[in-house]
Design a protein around this ligand. Structure first.
Ligand code: ATP
Length: 513
């Protein structure tokens, strides 16, 4: 656990030191759980958005995009269920006066049991060496089975109590498990209460005519209310999808774990409209498609797992999360939900407008069913960033810090480095940049010895370094160095573009899906 915490601290400090993420309003001591994306962070974030948008919209003839407003008519949130049911159970510790999400306290307790399982697995792996079969060990070892059983019992009781709104039992569970406040160390808890997560604001200048609004807590509703507009003007035939990337706001009770849980964040959502009765098929097919998208980035198959929901939200007939192994354990990165016709039917009722589709093949009208894929952009950023940060031991005994961001997502694709600041080498470097900058983000660095510059670019996540030396003047060749292998090759300046293209082009990476 201590190791995981150290790793996470390193991730946070590296993100700041190398211009990826800053605390919002830092000069005023920051604003809790709000972050700004810095010069490198914004490039990585834009590249992730593009990677998602191309995979979802550009590569699917039957999916189109949308950019709907953050403000929506307040009835939207009545219809979606957010006014009545978008609550989290909160609990306070009377000694520390700290506030917690009751369900998260219980889940964290289960994560601790999970790490005990991991310890058993690691111990056994050491003991059995090559003969170790992890799957078999997990499904037969009595101690592991006991831990797993305990987790299942706790989570299923919590799920049932939350569903029944039995908040007294949620508190009982916390007490029975002897969960203490991480700050005060005591079990002096208040009752569990429900808390609505939407941020309210007002539209209009005068107090009596002002209208109460909410900042949207999800982007999906902008898609539902535009369903018919897009279907008609785009002449879309079912099945078809509408995709959107945009900000969402939730007044999270405890926002923590860096950019994992924020009060202002960004979602990449796609709502896929299907014929009633076919939703199960589409749900499975989108689960498969989305996990392939993740795996195409090469962050390691072992770092992903599906979590199928037993307890379903009021609108869903099937739901699963894609969980990722963050530095603090496996947590939700993306949700795939079969939302039935709940949203469109509810908007029909509240607006009095028909939101139906005439299916020419069946010769009938119906309210389509919806399968949704919803991923947090910031969580995807954290997945890529934390997974990429490694400390490597080198052959000569020294270590290097390297950010092995998949080349396709790296903020800067290459750094051009003149070996010395004279003899015309900087001019050649500038010429190379002027040639490459039309296709890629390139940077220039002439300060310090070249070895130190390499280290700096490694820590920045730049996949290529291009070094200009005196031989360049004679034969128009340069040294190109790969971030991950540290391999260096002499190549012609005229080949640089194609070498970089081959490793960073979205096409090459997306074809793996
Ligand atoms: P959680 O259980 O972690 O609160 P959720 O199930 O409420 O998440 P959804 O409503 O399904 O999340 O939202 C879809 C995606 O939006 C999530 O998978 C997650 O990646 C992202 N997301 C949700 N809340 C936040 C947040 N506060 N900060 C950053 N990303 C978030």
């Amino acid at each position: 656990m201590a190791n995981q915490e150290d790793k996470f601290k390193k991730v946070i400090s590296h993100a700041k030191e190398y211009g990826y993420i800053f605390q919002s309003s830092e000069i005023y001591d920051g604003l809790s759980a709000v972050y700004d994306y810095a010069q490198n962070g914004v490039e990585l974030k834009n590249n992730i958005k593009q990677y998602w948008w191309k995979a979802m919209v550009q590569l699917h003839e039957n999916i189109v995009g949308l950019d709907s407003a953050i403000f929506m008519h307040p009835t939207t949130w009545k219809a979606s269920g957010h006014v009545d049911a978008f609550n989290d159970p909160l609990i306070d510790n009377k000694d520390s006066k700290k506030r917690y999400r009751a369900d998260v306290l219980i889940e964290d307790y289960c994560t601790k049991i999970e790490s005990k399982i991991e310890k058993e697995v690691n111990k056994a792996a050491k003991r059995f060496g090559d003969a170790f079969n992890k799957q078999e060990f997990i499904s037969t070892n009595p101690r592991v089975l006991g831990y797993q059983e305990k987790i299942n019992t706790i989570l299923s009781r919590m799920g049932q109590s939350l569903e029944k709104e039995d908040l007294v039992d949620v508190k009982n569970l916390i007490e029975e498990l002897d969960i203490v406040c991480p700050v005060s160390g005591t079990k002096n808890w208040t009752e569990v209460k429900q808390f609505n997560l939407m941020f309210g604001t007002k539209l209009g200048a005068s107090a009596d005519s002002a209208m109460d609004l909410y900042l949207r807590p999800e982007t999906a509703q902008g898609i539902f209310v535009n369903f018919l507009n897009v279907q008609k003007t785009g002449r879309m035939k079912i099945p078809f999808g509408i995709a959107q990337i945009g900000k969402a706001f939730r007044n999270e009770i405890v926002a923590r774990q860096f950019i994992f849980r924020q009060r202002e964040f960004e979602q990449m959502e796609m709502q896929f409209f299907v014929r009633p009765g076919t939703q199960k098929e589409w749900y499975n097919s989108w689960k498969e498609n989305r996990i392939k998208w993740h795996l195409s980035l090469g962050l390691g198959e072992e770092n992903y797992r599906f979590h199928n929901h037993d307890k379903l939200a009021h609108y869903a007939d099937a739901a699963a999360d894609i969980e990722f192994k963050f530095p603090f354990g496996f947590k939700e990165l993306e949700g795939i939900h079969s939302r039935t016709d709940f949203d469109l039917s509810s908007h029909e009722k509240h607006s009095g407008k028909k939101l139906q589709y005439f299916d020419h093949e069946l010769n009938e009208s119906y309210v389509p069913y919806v399968v949704e894929t919803s991923i947090g952009l910031d969580r995807m950023f954290l997945a890529v960033f934390s997974n990429s940060l490694v400390e490597e031991e080198l052959e000569n005994g020294s270590t290097r810090t390297v950010l092995k961001i998949p080349a396709v997502l790296a903020p800067t694709k290459a750094a051009v480095l003149p070996l010395v600041k004279k003899d015309g080498l900087p001019d050649i470097a500038k010429e190379i940049i002027n040639d490459l900058k039309w296709d890629h983000k390139i940077t220039y660095d002439e300060k310090d010895a070249v070895g130190r510059r390499y280290r700096r670019q490694d820590a920045n996540g730049t996949p290529f370094c291009i070094t200009i030396d005196h031989q360049t003047i004679e034969d128009k060749t340069v040294t190109i160095r790969h971030r991950d292998t540290m391999e260096q090759k002499r190549v012609a300046i005229s080949d640089l573009k194609s070498i970089i293209d081959a490793e960073v082009s979205m096409k090459t990476w997306l074809q793996k899906i």
